[in-house]
Design a protein around this ligand. Structure first.
Ligand code: TRP
Length: 454
């Protein structure tokens, strides 16, 4: 992707395709392929999917738009964006939620990305053995319980660090522009393979036929958190990326394309995982380990399974890297622009923070598994706090801010690229930002802590 410097010496993506490719690169990652199936599995399948889709369209897209609008208008990090639009007001404090959430997410995300690295290498050396479910399970436990995950988490964070410090972000993005469509093709072929599985109908009806009685407060909160996590919204990530967009990047279209592609990948992952879960007699409620236990069985059924699995885990690793690069960017721009650190120093500081959190999460399947806070290990606590609390909260603040406190002329200018294009949905967008999104998020919060019974 070509970048050029604008007059204020900030990098700008040269093309609209560049803008879309990077936002999709950030959005598509473990959130779609690992987190979506496991969340759907524990939250009743179809009931979860329907809430998730509703939140992506009703809340997710307006929040992406709000972040895009703030980012491109101010061309700053999350703190600077709030400050420039409302000087002297305390709105910028919302930035701290973003920084906290980005470090928490980086921590547990790196552990799962570390598993993909290990699976990729083990598979490449022909050592993944999935002759039966018991062997597969034992193998997964060996990989994730002792101290081994620490090594792979560190390896992954090191890759992330090297990309950020070496300034090869452009390189990885260029590579991912070619490799992400390949990942998509691979997912489509696995999906077709799902049709041949004995548990195909059972899997599909688990995912697509909603049982409305299963929609509980925790399903609603889980689906909301998943929508935010998967779209990379709520902590200023899309805001930071939009600050690099050029002035012709049609924000509305970019937001829509990102949300559609991202949801499509999640649904494809569901169509791959659930038929296999039912075919092999596993439980959809396995939690974070679900996908890693199920996928290898799928590969073992395929001709030349080793090649498929190595390629798949390699692409998943790259998809995770484009996502962690985007979430690291939030704290890096904060340290650079607000704390006046050099970019190099900022990268070191934020990587060390991620490393500290990553180590704690990596050990929470093994030596630290008995350490729990409110009944949750560090891994699940970090995941819950960031995805279900910080992201929706950050998103709610952003909606209220743009809907109520940003001049409508600024919003119109941003969505029409200063009058160059028409944007007929402006009224709908502002209405969603003012009313629908904040009220929906607030009600879901109240409902989940038991103060309100829907
Ligand atoms: N959306 C990414 C995924 O699905 C994860 C991610 C990247 C993210 N940047 C983020 C999540 C910012 C929340 C906020 O894998």
């Amino acid at each position: 992707m070509t970048q050029k410097k604008n007059s204020r010496d900030r990098a700008v993506f040269a093309t609209r395709f560049g803008a879309i490719a990077t936002t999709v690169g950030s959005a598509v990652g473990l959130g779609n392929i690992w987190r979506f199936p496991y969340e759907a599995g524990i939250h009743g399948g179809g009931a979860f999917l329907i809430c998730y889709m509703a939140f992506v369209f009703l809340i997710g897209i307006p929040v992406i738009c709000a972040e895009f609008c703030m980012g491109r208008q101010t061309r700053s990090n999350i703190f600077g964006a709030y400050r420039k639009l409302r000087p002297g007001s305390p709105w910028y404090l919302a930035g701290y939620i973003g920084i906290l959430a980005s470090i928490l997410i980086l921590s547990f995300y790196s552990v799962v990305a570390g598993w993909t690295v290990e699976y990729c290498l083990t598979s490449a050396f022909g050592q993944l053995d999935f002759t039966d479910t018991a062997t597969g399970h034992r193998q997964f436990m060996e990989m994730t319980t002792g101290w081994r995950p620490v090594v792979w988490t560190v390896v992954f964070l090191l890759c992330n660090f090297i990309i950020l410090i070496g300034g090869v972000t452009k390189g990885i993005e260029r590579a991912s522009n070619i490799l992400m469509p390949l990942l998509f093709l691979l997912l489509v072929s696995f999906c077709i393979n799902s049709f041949t599985m004995p548990g195909f109908y059972e899997g599909l009806s688990f995912l697509f036929s909603p049982d409305f009685s299963k929609i509980t407060p925790s399903v609603l909160l889980g689906a909301l958190g998943q929508a935010f996590f998967s779209l990379s919204i709520g902590l200023g990530c899309m805001m930071t990326y939009a600050s690099y967009f050029n002035n012709n990047s049609r924000l509305g279209k970019t937001a829509m394309t990102t949300a559609l592609l991202d949801s499509m990948v999640a649904v494809l992952a569901g169509i791959i995982i659930f038929p296999a879960v039912f075919s092999f007699g596993l439980s959809p409620e396995a939690g974070p380990t679900l996908v890693f236990e199920v996928l290898p069985y799928i590969f073992s059924q395929l001709p030349a399974g080793v090649i498929w699995s190595t390629l798949f885990f390699l692409l998943l690793f790259l998809a995770s890297l484009t996502s962690t690069v985007s979430m690291s960017e939030i704290s890096i721009t904060y340290f650079c622009e607000e704390k006046k650190m050099s970019r190099q120093r900022a990268t070191i500081v934020s990587s060390l923070l991620g490393l500290a959190g990553g180590l704690v999460c990596a050990l929470s399947f093994g030596p630290l598994s008995h350490v729990t806070i409110c009944g949750q290990t560090f891994f699940s606590l970090f995941d819950y706090l960031s995805s279900n609390i910080c992201l929706p909260l950050g998103g709610m603040i952003c909606c209220v801010f743009v809907g109520w406190f940003v001049d409508k002329k600024i919003i119109r200018d941003q969505f029409t690229d200063r009058g160059k294009y028409r944007f007929p949905l402006l009224g709908v967008l502002v209405f969603c930002l003012k009313w629908i999104c904040p009220i929906a998020i607030f009600v879901i919060f109240l409902n989940s802590i038991g103060l309100l019974h829907l």
